[in-house]
Design a protein around this ligand. Structure first.
Ligand code: PLP
Length: 390
């Protein structure tokens, strides 16, 4: 029996993630320094892990409300109000999800009719375009450019808006570029969204990780925007809790109710012990987040200087834990560069096109790796670049 013809066409046609392909090669090799991983190298702070252990000990092993534990939703409402200046009602406007990944999927499935266009800036997180396709929407990429430090401009966005446009997905600080938005540009984008009646999914997963004293502003906090935004956030990055799989979506009640319908039939509820741990993260995790941010900032400073010194132009990103240097001067494609660097120097980076065609000519280096390792990786990469240029 050939099962291939039974696979739904829109699923069959989605390409596998470029990151996954690349990391299958990495896993088959020894002694590789990986700058390819998009998750914190820190362990989850101990008190948060302990809260998960206590949760089990106390027998918290049943389902929770579909929307998530009331105490967690109240904590999230307080956190979002304090850190982002946006008020959400924990009873009707917050849903706890299995990571931001599920929150993205829920929002898209709740909003998109077949053929609706969903705009997103590109290069972007690997899941954006496939998630739109899985929701039967049409992905529409808005290019962001190295010359603009990969900021989304209202001008480029306007060029891609059509009568079929329904949703804009945004992620700043951005994976893979580290880009952040200026308040002025964010205001222009908000205005466009109002003019064209777009719903905005704002993925805030890196918002705690901003540097140089830069203040992060969510588009959902701009005047008039709260009611057309789905605010997506989670615990994976700032609290180093990727494996706990806890995220959340905040939105007006009609949208939360629609997302809840998808969530209750597909997932039921997020993991109970992980929800208990997330409560602890909100209550006591702020100092740990600040300590990790300090280390990321020191690593960013080192990696940006090193890349520029070796002749790979790279702007100084103010957020997330990625840099996206320009490797075109070596004459290699992103894939050739990454493969040869891996084979000859045992350093792994992700080829830029894994984040969309606009990533060609770049590689993504994550600095969610210890500074000692980063130093060795940069030395090896500098040798590699010098050898290629000979
Ligand atoms: N959004 C962005 C921009 C990401 O980079 C990631 C993970 O790398 C996710 C969402 C998924 O995060 P979660 O672990 O909360 O599902």
């Amino acid at each position: 029996m050939t099962l291939n013809k039974h696979i739904a066409t829109h699923v069959r046609d989605i390409p596998r993630s470029g990151i996954r392909d690349f990391f299958e090669i990495v896993q088959s090799m020894k002694d590789v320094i990986s700058l390819g991983i998009g998750e914190p190298d820190f362990h989850t702070p101990w008190r948060i892990r302990e809260a998960a252990i206590y949760s089990l000990e106390r027998g918290h092993t049943g389902y929770t409300s579909n929307l998530g534990l009331p105490k967690l939703r109240e904590g999230i409402a307080g956190y979002v109000a304090k850190n982002f200046g946006i008020q959400y009602d924990p009873k009707t406007e917050i849903i706890v999800t299995v990571g931001v990944s599920e929150a993205i999927d829920l929002a898209l499935r709740a909003l998109v009719n077949p053929g609706d266009e969903v705009l997103y800036h590109e290069p972007c997180y690997v899941s954006y375009s496939p998630s739109v396709v899985l929701a039967h929407g049409k992905p529409v990429a808005v290019p962001t450019l190295a010359a603009d430090n990969f900021r989304l401009t209202a001008q480029e966005l306007a060029k891609k808006i059509t009568p079929q446009s329904k949703v804009l997905m945004m992620n700043f600080p951005c994976n893979p570029t580290g880009a952040t938005q200026s308040l002025e540009e964010l205001g222009k984008i908000a205005k466009l969204c109002e003019q064209h009646d777009l719903v905005v999914l704002t993925d805030e997963i890196y918002s705690e990780l901003t540097y140089d004293g830069a203040e992060h502003t969510s588009i959902a906090s701009l005047p008039g925007m709260r009611d057309r935004c789905v605010f997506l956030h989670g615990f994976s990055k700032a609290f180093a809790m990727t494996g706990f799989r806890i995220g959340y979506a905040c939105a007006p009640p009609i949208l939360t109710e629609a997302m809840m319908k998808v969530h209750q039939y597909a997932i039921l509820c997020a993991n109970t012990m992980a929800q208990d741990a997330a409560i602890e993260a909100l209550e006591s995790g702020a100092n740990d987040v600040a300590a990790m941010r300090k280390q990321y900032e020191a690593r960013r400073n080192f990696i940006v200087t090193s890349l520029n010194d070796m002749g790979l132009p790279c702007f100084r990103p103010h957020g997330a834990f990625y840099v996206f240097p320009d490797i075109r001067g070596t004459g290699l494609s992103s894939r050739e560069f990454s493969l040869r660097l891996l084979e000859t120097k045992q350093v792994a980076c992700v080829p830029g096109p894994a984040f969309g065609p606009g990533g060609e000519g770049h590689i993504r280096c994550s600095y969610a790796t210890g500074l000692d390792q980063i130093k060795v990786a940069m030395k090896r990469m500098a040798e590699f670049v010098a050898e290629v240029r000979k």
